[in-house]
Design a protein around this ligand. Structure first.
Ligand SMILES: O=C(CO)[C@H](O)[C@H](O)COP(=O)(O)O
Ligand SMILES: [Fe+2]
Length: 217
């Protein structure tokens, strides 16, 4: 069964506490927080003050997906704000190895993220270092986009590398996840699924979390 990480990008920002506690009660496995700077992606969203505000409200793992230029400037502040896991894009910095080291030094779990157009060989050397790899299944920047089917072979290729080398990182997928696409990802080796609009744009978010789990059971 896949682990489910609801993305609050699609939550009601005027009722974030309610929307976070709702998914926690519905057995979400972690909470996905999309951080955007208007440069790496053409959108703005949350910052470390949002993470600090949510930290005392939930015991869910806070999974922060940084879509910002040179994320190494801020990873320590995100960890101090309460992030448990911090994801940095390989495309966002000249110093990805350093960024991942800083995350670990700050006491958080380290994740490397790859855009749809980025081949896996860009992150192969990082795989022994990371706790999680995030394969983007849409181009980053916005919720509610269509899942890119071509990413399924990339997930399978990453899982093959993981098995061959005995690595134990989680494989997370993000973008366009629903009860149909989640099964393709899970069958290819994904262990964690982010879902924003599928969960929060529903009248029954708890049922949607259940549906994602049942689809991969
Ligand atoms: O990183 C993201 C966008 O860049 C979001 O996590 C992702 O898009 C979730 O939204 P949805 O499930 O609606 O596609
Ligand atoms: Fe995300």
């Amino acid at each position: 069964m896949i682990k489910v990480a609801p993305s609050i990008l699609s939550a009601d920002f005027a009722n974030l506490q309610r929307d976070v506690q709702m998914v926690e009660q519905a057995c979400a496995d972690s909470l996905h927080i999309d951080v955007m700077d208007g440069q790496f992606v053409p959108n703005l969203s949350f910052g470390m003050s949002t993470v600090a505000a949510l930290r005392p409200l939930t015991s869910l793992t806070l999974d922060c997906h940084l879509m910002i230029v040179d994320p190494e400037r801020f990873v320590e502040q995100f960890a101090q704000a309460g992030a448990d896991l911090i994801g940095v894009h390989v495309e966002s910095t000249q110093h990805i190895y350093h960024a991942l080291q800083l995350i670990k030094q700050a006491g958080a779990k380290a994740e490397v993220v790859v855009n749809p157009g980025t081949p896996l060989n860009m992150i192969e050397g990082l795989l022994p270092l990371v706790d999680q790899v995030l394969i983007m299944t849409v181009n980053p920047g916005f919720g509610g986009q269509h899942f890119l089917d071509a990413m399924v072979t990339k997930i399978a290729a990453l899982d093959a590398l993981k098995q061959k080398n005995g690595y134990d990182f989680d494989i997370e997928v993000d973008g366009g996840v629903n009860d149909v696409t989640v099964k393709k990802c899970y069958d290819a080796g994904a262990t964690v699924a982010v879902a924003g609009s599928y969960i929060y744009d529903s009248d029954d978010p708890a049922q949607r979390i259940e549906d994602l789990k049942v689809a991969t059971n």
